[in-house]
Design a protein around this ligand. Structure first.
Ligand code: KIV
Length: 277
């Protein structure tokens, strides 16, 4: 069913059932108004830990806390009625043990109303994914470029090129077998993304991967041109809202300095009737 025709949010099983069908549409969101804008158009919305870089000015996602994810998760939840919400587990909140992951993921689910959590990692996280899924927590996996591991990956480069492709395929297979209902493939060669999509039983959600994936995701501030600190090759800008916003702020500043704002229509007389708000 298309996102616009739907009256209620899909469940993780509905997302899983979209394997090989009409591509799944997804964006990140961090606030209520942005979630409201995308609710009718997205199958699921990710409260990504990219929030740390995009909204909080952090240099990477490593400084994002569970409390930040819960706060933004609650805000996004209030803006959604038709799209499923997935919340990222931040760095340090799940890697230590399946028990730690369960404790923190259960908190995220209970306090935000998320339909699922997402965590980064392939073979190494398979046991944790199985542990969570068996205990009622739907998991979206994330392999390829996993930004929480930039210090061991050595930066934000393409993953799975050449001989490294086999390990990436093994990661995708491991998370699928562990019970993840979908997997994000970030920054992997197109041919490898297509091969993984053909070989695993769960939907692949591409970002810097391939149009052949079962769905796509982008960071909303990137595709709207609001986040301009850097621009990845895989980001298509659908708008330049950052430029528009700066032009608007500059116009406001000029009008305030020229005393042309507020104008007659923005101020109140002392007789009724009039707009009071
Ligand atoms: O945090 C995020 O925004 C993500 C997407 C890039 C998939 O994980």
């Amino acid at each position: 069913m298309s996102a616009t025709a739907r009256k209620t949010a899909p469940l993780p099983d509905d997302i899983r059932a979209r394997k090989g069908g009409v591509p799944l549409v997804s964006l990140t969101a961090y606030t209520t108004p942005m979630a409201q804008l995308m609710d009718a158009h997205c199958d699921f919305v990710l409260v990504g830990d990219s929030v740390g870089m995009v909204l909080h000015g952090l240099p990477s996602t490593l400084g994002v806390t569970l409390e930040m994810m819960i706060l933004h998760g609650q805000a996004v939840r209030r803006g959604l009625s038709r799209a499923m919400m997935v919340v990222d587990m931040p760095f340090g909140s799940y890697e230590e043990s399946p028990q730690q992951a369960f404790r923190n993921a259960a908190r995220v689910m209970a306090e935000t109303g998320a339909g699922a959590v997402k965590l980064e990692g392939g073979v190494t996280m398979a046991e944790t994914i199985a542990f969570l899924v068996r205990r009622g927590i739907p998991v979206m996996a994330h392999v390829g470029l996993t930004p929480q591991s930039i210090n061991t990956l050595g930066g934000y480069r393409v993953q799975g090129r050449g001989a490294a492709g086999d390990a990436l395929m093994a990661d995708a297979q491991a998370v699928a077998q562990a019970g993840a209902f979908a997997v994000v493939l970030e920054k992997v060669p197109e041919a490898l993304a297509d091969q993984i999509t053909a070989d695993i039983i769960i939907p692949t959600i591409g970002i810097g991967a391939s149009a052949g994936c079962d769905g796509q995701i982008l960071v909303v501030d990137d595709m709207l041109g609001l986040f301009t600190a850097f621009r990845a090759k895989f980001v298509k800008r659908y708008a330049d809202l950052g430029e528009q916003a700066e032009a608007a702020v500059a116009a406001y500043a000029a009008e305030v300095r020229a005393r042309s704002f507020p104008a007659a229509e923005h101020v109140f007389g002392d007789t009724a009737p009039e707009r009071t708000i």
